[in-house]
Design a protein around this ligand. Structure first.
Ligand SMILES: *[C@@H]1O[C@H](CO)[C@@H](O)[C@H](O)[C@H]1NC(C)=O
Ligand SMILES: *[C@@H]1O[C@H](CO)[C@@H](O)[C@H](O)[C@H]1NC(C)=O
Ligand SMILES: *[C@@H]1O[C@H](CO)[C@@H](O)[C@H](O)[C@H]1NC(C)=O
Ligand SMILES: *[C@@H]1O[C@H](CO)[C@@H](O)[C@H](O)[C@H]1NC(C)=O
Ligand SMILES: *[C@@H]1O[C@H](CO)[C@@H](O)[C@H](O)[C@H]1NC(C)=O
Ligand SMILES: *[C@@H]1O[C@H](CO)[C@@H](O)[C@H](O)[C@H]1NC(C)=O
Length: 466
């Protein structure tokens, strides 16, 4: 998001880039003919062919047409990873999507299958992570900086770094940056990028259901999908349900996105209750009393809100510098926007997030911003810490930032085109009207980044309505 790619898999708009993350490849010497440690080692087939991978899983590269109506346009691989049900034969395969667009279902299942997905899905269904088109291990390529990952990570961070609502200069720069981003990608990506869109991915899920039935000797025309999608995963699930309503066995959509708003391209319906969620912080901090580090014997949640509002307002004109060489690699300054960005992340996960927010706010009241550094770094920001260089880069091969924009912008089909400074300002005003705390931050996530990306879905991959 905003100044930094947020890292929470459930984010509707925002997903998942981790410039500072440590690469998690297995050591090469564990690789042998019987266990794949990368999707490059997984055979590609137009039928479902699972092979053992990543120690506890099986993997498949399903070859699908870019355009199901025109097989001669070409094919891509869609990556699937399976965590088998403890009770076999399984009742079915549940395809999981963690959000985004751009979030990797493969990573979601690798990281969370045993720990948090089995408790939800149970032991009777196989749990399947699917990388949607354009995401991580699935084609087509949507990385506008393919081959230079350190440059990509550096670009991602600086692209989202300094955009201020009250400065026309700042907004004008971002608008042109966004245009340059579109022009750049249209030169570095191939034309096949347009086939990475949500309706096409929904069609791939039907293909999976049919190929699974076929592999079990069942008629494929009757095959039905089992699916669990969170956040943007609800957009994908709803799209599938609209396109193939009689081809669903069981489906769960959670953290539900307004699908008309997604395809309409405005992304204005995501923050409807965001400020209410922040108000909960004031209530819970008041209830917790001294256990909440931001509680100062306040007589009501409204008192806490008053101190919170005063603090944010003060930060607008008095941001907090950090210059201690024992704490940062270079001097930096923490702004109101930085803090509101952390708050946006925290409302996705309030049980973990709110105590940290309390610590950060209570430090800030004493002009101490140290506690904000760690969550900013976790979100990929370069506040006080240098980004890795081309030589010492140890990040992830995949960053969701560009796939997120490419998929969202192709889906929106030019329906909501912010191509002038006036339109950009009106757009931010509208979002600030919906969420005074977070509107300006959300405004930068998707929509203004689309205006020069040239990719439009082919007619059979357009969303035709619910
Ligand atoms: C390949 O790796 C697997 C898992 O690490 C191991 O069980 C197996 O013995 C290895 N096979 C060979 C031929 O080295
Ligand atoms: C496989 O499962 C074992 C036991 O739960 C765990 O320790 C190991 O990290 C897992 N391996 C991978 C690659 O996820
Ligand atoms: C991409 O997939 C690989 C497995 O091929 C996984 O280890 C990695 O975490 C994924 N990356 C992201 C950022 O999702
Ligand atoms: C809250 O009230 C208690 C008891 O009157 C007092 O000891 C404490 O210092 C107060 N705390 C703050 C942060 O004002
Ligand atoms: C600032 O806050 C941090 C983290 O809470 C703390 O460790 C540090 O001592 C504080 N610095 C000062 C100068 O009080
Ligand atoms: C948005 O509008 C501009 C100016 O009219 C136009 O050049 C551009 O192609 C449009 N973008 C999209 C994605 O339709």
């Amino acid at each position: 998001m905003i100044h930094r790619p947020l890292n929470i898999i459930t984010l509707a708009a925002i997903a998942v880039a981790k410039p500072l993350a440590i690469r998690q490849d297995a050591p090469n010497n564990t690789s042998n003919g019987t266990m794949a440690w990368s999707f490059k080692e997984v055979p590609s087939s137009a039928n479902l062919q699972y092979v053992p991978c990543f120690q506890n899983f099986t993997c498949a590269n399903l070859e699908v047409p870019l355009d199901y109506d025109k097989p001669d346009v070409g094919t891509i691989n869609i990556a699937f990873i399976k965590y088998p049900a403890a009770e076999q034969p399984a009742l079915g395969d549940v395809i999981m999507n963690p959000g985004g667009p751009g979030g990797s279902g493969v990573q979601y299942v690798m990281k969370s299958a045993a720990k948090s997905l089995v408790p939800i899905i149970g032991t009777k269904y196989n749990i399947i992570g699917m990388d949607p088109r354009g995401v991580n291990n699935s084609g087509p390529n949507l990385d506008c900086f393919d081959g230079t990952p350190a440059v990509r990570d550096y670009y991602d961070v600086q692209y989202y770094s300094v955009i201020y609502r009250d400065s026309k200069t700042s907004l004008a720069m971002h608008l042109q940056d966004a245009g340059a981003f579109g022009d750049w990608c249209s030169q570095t990506l191939k034309e096949d990028a347009k086939y990475a869109n949500t309706p096409a991915t929904a069609r791939d899920m039907l293909q999976y259901a049919e190929k699974l039935a076929e592999s079990q000797g069942k008629p494929c025309e009757e095959a039905k999908l089992d699916y669990y999608g969170v956040s943007y995963g609800s957009t994908l699930g709803t799209t599938y349900a609209a396109m193939f309503p009689d081809r669903i066995n069981r489906m769960v959509i959670d953290g539900v996105v307004d699908v008309e708003d997604h395809y309409g391209g405005s992304w204005t319906q995501n923050l409807l209750q965001a400020d209410e969620a922040i108000e909960d912080f004031f209530k819970m901090c008041h209830e917790a009393g001294p256990a909440c580090s931001f509680f100062h014997n306040d007589s009501s949640p409204a008192e806490i809100k008053k101190r919170f509002d005063a603090l944010l307002k003060d930060l607008e004109t008095n941001p907090v510098p950090i210059s201690d060489p024992n704490i940062v690699e270079f001097p930096t300054t923490i702004t109101s926007q930085d803090i509101r960005g952390i708050i946006l992340t925290s409302i996705y996960s309030a049980i973990d997030g709110f105590p940290k927010i309390a610590d950060i706010l209570s430090g800030l009241e004493k002009r101490n911003a140290t506690d904000a550094l760690e969550p900013l770094a976790a979100n990929g920001a370069t506040k006080g810490y240098a980004p890795p260089s081309q030589c010492n880069w140890k990040g992830d091969d995949y960053s969701a930032t560009q796939p997120k924009l490419l998929i969202a912008c192709t889906d929106q089909h030019g329906n909501y085109n912010i191509s002038t400074l006036d339109k950009y300002e009106q757009y931010i005003d509208e979002l600030e009207g919906i969420s005074p705390y977070l509107g300006d931050i959300w405004a930068q996530v998707i929509t203004p980044n689309c205006w020069k990306l040239p990719y439009k879905p082919v007619p059979n991959q357009e969303f035709k309505g619910s």
